[in-house]
Design a protein around this ligand. Structure first.
Ligand code: NAD
Length: 355
């Protein structure tokens, strides 16, 4: 356990078991330097406690990088709730998780993530104020995440083709969940031609009807000849096996930790596949939750999300100039921002805490 904590440079890890509800949860906090650690809570089955801790640790680290490049006043953290295998009362379990979050006194703010829903946030909200994205607060992150990915795609196309027009582009979307579906809608409206898949056949059928999309089998969605492959399901979809099958020019999606290993960024670069780092492209939801909690309007949040285009352009231009993969450039920029001295009395870089 301690090697995981040291490797991910975590500030703290908090564990909670509540036998009455079956809750077994981990909250990993990577950084609170620029504000409370903000990150969603995953609700998934894990093969082992170690897998769950590794997931929380990697994701918490990524959230700090995401907040740094999205320029929001947050640190990075993540919660993982191990989904029970037997019967359980979901509402009671999420209320118990809310009490766990409350014990951290605002050092961690939770939100929706894979496997959790806005209704779960409603339950958490009965126990703690340190939650965002319930039905009541209007801060569902997923539509803004989709919009940020859309902005990232346009910026990347602009670098590659000198036009950010997505009309006629062939885009393969893996996963039609909260983000993937909203992204498909935006891309369809922009005139893109969609290839889609999901584990849920009904979602596929609806996408075929609503977006004139073509359904593709899950095991070959990444291998379609297309302009953009967009992973919007789970992580590690780009592994040492799957990258050899890619037939796209760009990878831009919402899934966290798309690369199974960092070395794959170099492989993609060497094979002329432009990979937009996941935590840069999928920052829209974080921006919405963070700035929404600070009372900013939806219009202000939208403008901030659109700045993802500028960030992507900056990273890709530097990558071209420095002959480095975009992922390396993004990591360096994020790390530099996290390590930058906070000027006394200054406003830039000195971030205010959420109330
Ligand atoms: P979700 O759970 O709503 O949707 C995921 C979808 O992917 C589901 O429809 C599921 O059936 C499908 N899926 C799972 N495994 C698949 C597979 N092997 N092949 C095809 N489809 C598969 O999740 P979401 O909120 O849409 O998030 C999607 C991804 O984006 C996750 O990795 C999440 O961590 C990341 N992300 C989400 C947000 C957000 O605001 N929701 C923000 C940042 C990052």
């Amino acid at each position: 356990m301690f090697d995981t904590i040291e490797r991910a440079c975590l500030e703290a890890v908090h564990l909670k078991a509540d036998p009455a509800t079956g809750l077994r949860a981990i909250i990993a906090i990577h950084s609170t330097r620029f504000g409370p650690a903000l990150g969603g809570c995953r609700f998934l089955p894990y093969a082992s406690d170690r897998d769950a801790l590794n997931d929380a640790a990697r994701l918490a680290h990524g959230m700090s990088y995401k907040a740094a490049l999205a320029d929001v006043p947050q640190g990075g953290g993540k919660a993982v709730i191990l989904k029970p295998s037997g019967n359980y009362n979901r509402a009671a379990l999420f209320r118990a998780f809310g009490r766990f979050v409350e014990t951290l006194d605002g050092r961690y703010i939770t939100a929706v993530d894979s496997g959790s829903s806005l209704s779960d946030m409603d339950q958490i909200e009965t126990q703690t104020g340190h939650v965002s994205g319930s039905h009541g607060d209007g801060l569902d992150p997923s539509p803004e995440t989709a919009y940020g990915v859309f902005c990232a795609m346009r910026a990347a196309c602009n670098v590659m083709d000198h036009s950010d027009n997505l009309s006629g582009k062939i885009i393969a979307i893996q996963g039609l969940g909260q983000v993937g579906w909203a992204l498909a809608q935006l891309l369809h409206n922009a005139g893109a031609r969609l290839l889609v898949n999901d584990l849920d056949q009904q979602k596929i059928q609806e996408a075929v009807q609503c977006f004139d999309a073509r359904a593709v089998a899950p095991e070959v969605i990444h291998a379609q000849a297309c302009d953009i492959f967009s992973p919007c399901a789970l992580g590690a979809v780009l592994n040492h096996h799957s990258v050899h099958q890619l037939r796209c020019r760009l990878v831009v999606g919402s899934a966290n930790n798309q690369l199974e290993s960092p070395a794959l960024a170099h492989w993609l670069d060497q094979h002329d596949i432009l990979y937009v780092p996941d935590y840069v492209a999928n920052a829209g939801g974080l921006i919405k939750v963070s700035l929404g909690k600070l009372g900013q309007s939806l219009a202000e949040i939208r403008r901030h999300t659109e700045r993802i285009s500028t960030t992507v352009d900056d990273i890709l231009q530097r990558a071209i100039q420095q002959h480095l993969p975009p992922a390396d450039i993004a990591d360096r920029l994020a790390q530099a921002r996290l390590e930058a001295p906070v000027s006394a009395g200054g406003t830039k870089g000195k971030r205010h805490a959420l109330s």
